[in-house]
Design a protein around this ligand. Structure first.
Ligand SMILES: Cc1cc2nc3c(=O)[nH]c(=O)nc-3n(C[C@H](O)[C@H](O)[C@H](O)COP(=O)(O)O)c2cc1C
Length: 492
């Protein structure tokens, strides 16, 4: 394809000329290619699964010059630069100037603290505040930050394995104000930035966009924060201290403080944190932790109103979230947990929080953001939900690619979303309003094939839905959902 001679492939491997490639290629999945119709050129040429839309005579890749001139060299996705793996972006080559400075001070403070506690006689000249010396605290003043206006905003929570860029585009269109890339686990053993690259990708419509980091050591978190600061365009960096491994921080406040202060020092954008009420149900610590987070440098905190022990069981305690909002002031506090209707959102805002974060409801009905903003219930038919999946498909192919790999990636994310989307119950079938996350679907509906299909909880039906947009899967196709979805809805 590059006009160079092909390397010999493995036996029975890739065909080495277009004729034989096309002869073995499965039929196209549709008549129009989203990349060609949107940008005027499809970069996947013959490998595109919709190639018929732009193949001319002799398999020439047809270009719509007028459209292509508009888009050439441009992208709707930002922060793509880190994908190129250029030397300066590799961790081993990157000069962590500010992080090294900070970590050096931490080491010094920890030595001083040890000396202060082990020496029973004599005095120590270094007064420490536990994580840093007073002197260093003054020296390591965080850089001036752009103030973000969080007030009254709707925040689409970071959603691992589900909150991909195409999904966030759907939510943005329905009115989400703040979006966040998929959580990234910092692990310094890596030489480059594999994995983090896609967490960073930001669609041009995401005007208030953050990235969520998870890690337990200041070294990991502060280094990655500095790397992000130098290479990506994000509006805030969130510390995950509530989901999966991130919760550990709530039990290790010294490290938590070191991480917040360090990230605040290296970042030129605000640092935020996501926490739970505490680890154990009976031992809430959020109300004491939140003022500390503010003093350490956090610009906003999201509080999920359940303890780690409760996981997603029991209802989020919004009264407690309201108490925490009071002690957080003037720092904004976002409340999170069980918001499923505009009535829930109104009640939540009345507790005094600055905004609300939404997770499961966005996966079940992404139009919740419109419902909240327009203060109404929006009954969306199965046909309309299917149209939304078509848009997701287009967004997915545009982002991941229209070749075989892109098609399968789009399918994979769609299949991770459908176990949530199928839980939507049309408003007309509800016995009461407002709807609740725990409402049960009345079961199979007579004569409504599409509604039955869209509400099916069977993997084979989710695959069938994906096949409506992305072609059939092989007989031995196997899909394992990334999440145990039932666990997110289990009643105590
Ligand atoms: C599929 C899924 C993935 C999630 N991934 C993350 C994540 O990566 N980071 C995070 O802080 N929370 C994550 N959460 C937790 C949610 O952000 C949220 O705190 C929790 O679901 C409660 O909010 P809700 O009642 O609106 O669902 C996830 C939740 C779900 C359902």
């Amino acid at each position: 394809m590059k006009g160079e001679e092909c390397m010999p492939g493995p036996e029975g491997g890739f065909p080495r000329d277009i004729e034989s490639y096309m002869a073995t290629k499965p039929p196209d999945l549709g008549d129009s290619c989203i990349l060609f119709s949107r940008f005027g050129k499809c970069r996947y040429w013959v490998t595109c699964r919709f190639a018929g839309a732009h193949l001319g005579e002799g398999y020439q890749n047809v270009v719509n010059e007028e459209l292509w001139q508009e888009w050439k060299g441009k992208s709707t996705v930002r922060n793509m630069l880190v994908n190129k793996g250029s030397g300066s972006l590799m961790l081993k080559n990157f000069f962590f100037r500010k992080s090294s400075d900070y970590l050096f001070c931490l080491k010094k403070a920890s030595k001083a603290m040890k000396a202060a506690t082990t020496k029973t006689t004599g005095t120590t000249t270094l007064k420490t505040v536990g994580v840093l010396t007073d002197e260093d605290l003054i020296r390591l003043r965080p850089c001036e930050k752009r103030k973000l206006d969080f007030q009254g905003k709707l925040y689409l929570s970071s959603l691992s394995n589900c909150g991909s860029l195409p999904f966030r585009r759907i939510c943005k269109r329905f009115g989400a104000d703040i979006t966040c890339g998929e959580m990234f686990t910092c692990a310094l053993s890596q030489n480059e930035l594999p994995g983090i690259t896609s967490s960073l990708h930001r669609h041009e419509t995401e005007d208030l966009f953050g990235i969520q980091l998870q890690g337990t050591t200041p070294k990991q978190m502060v280094n990655y924060a500095e790397l992000l600061n130098e290479t990506a365009e994000v509006d805030f960096v969130d510390i995950n201290a509530e989901y999966r491994g991130g919760c550990v921080l709530m039990n290790h406040l010294v490290e938590f403080e070191q991480i917040v202060r360090g990230m605040d020092y290296v970042l030129s954008v605000p640092v935020t944190a996501k926490i739970r009420t505490g680890i154990a149900k009976k031992c809430r610590i959020a109300h004491t932790l939140i003022p500390k987070l503010r003093d350490w440098g956090a610009s906003m905190v999201t509080l999920h109103g359940r303890s780690r022990e409760e996981m997603h069981q029991n209802l989020a305690d919004w009264e407690y979230i309201g108490e925490c909002a009071k002690v957080a002031a003037p720092m904004p506090l976002f409340g999170n947990g069980d918001i499923f209707s505009f009535e829930d959102a109104t009640r939540a805002m009345e507790t005094g929080v600055s905004g609300i974060a939404i997770a499961r409801a966005a996966l079940i009905k992404p139009w919740i953001f419109t419902e909240i903003k327009e203060r109404r219930h929006w009954d969306i038919s199965a046909r309309e939900r299917l149209d939304m999946l078509k848009d997701f498909t287009d967004f997915g192919l545009e982002y991941w690619g229209s070749d075989k790999i892109g098609v399968e990636k789009t399918r994979h994310y769609m299949l991770n979303w459908l176990p949530f989307l199928c839980r939507y119950i049309p408003v007309g079938l509800l016995e009461h309003l407002p709807p609740k996350m725990s409402d049960q679907h009345p079961g199979v509906l007579y004569g409504d094939y599409l509604e039955n299909l869209m509400s099916s909880e069977m993997i084979k039906d989710w695959v069938k839905i994906s096949e409506m947009f992305l072609g059939t899967v092989p007989d031995d196709y196997h899909f394992e959902p990334a999440h145990d979805v039932d666990a997110y809805f289990r009643q105590p």
